[in-house]
Design a protein. Structure first.
Length: 122
């Protein structure tokens, strides 16, 4: 039996984390949650998830700073999500940090599934 792919979900909004956790677990993923960048970094330093989904507006440390840390240290695949920014606003950051995908909130579940499958080749 294949090992479940793991996804680290970084978002300070409990409702978003709960919705995505249920959705992703239903799709067969092992989901790990973090409500801020500090906790996310601690998780990543201990366990390398197969994919990270990170909000850009996080308390304490901007999501782009967290993504930069992830990409510089581990180069893990990252999907950025945001209810504030449009992709065009952060296009330069997406390219410079090799962010693997971007989705605007509210999250389109079909688009998220397609993006995850593309990144993880599932």
């Amino acid at each position: 039996m294949d090992k479940k792919k793991s996804i680290l979900l970084i978002d300070d909004d409990n409702d978003v984390r709960e919705f995505l956790n249920i959705f992703l677990e239903d799709k067969g993923f092992d989901v790990i949650e973090a409500e801020n960048g500090r906790k996310a970094k601690a998780i990543i330093d201990g366990k390398k998830p197969d994919l990270i989904i990170s909000d850009l507006l996080l308390p304490g440390e901007h999501g782009l700073e967290v993504i930069k840390y992830i990409k510089d240290k581990y180069f893990l695949p990252v999907i950025a999500i945001s209810g504030i920014y449009d992709e065009a606003e952060i296009k330069k950051d997406i390219e410079e940090m090799y962010i693997d995908g971007f989705l605007k909130k509210p999250i389109d579940a079909i688009a998220l599934t397609a993006l995850i499958n593309k990144i993880l080749n599932t």
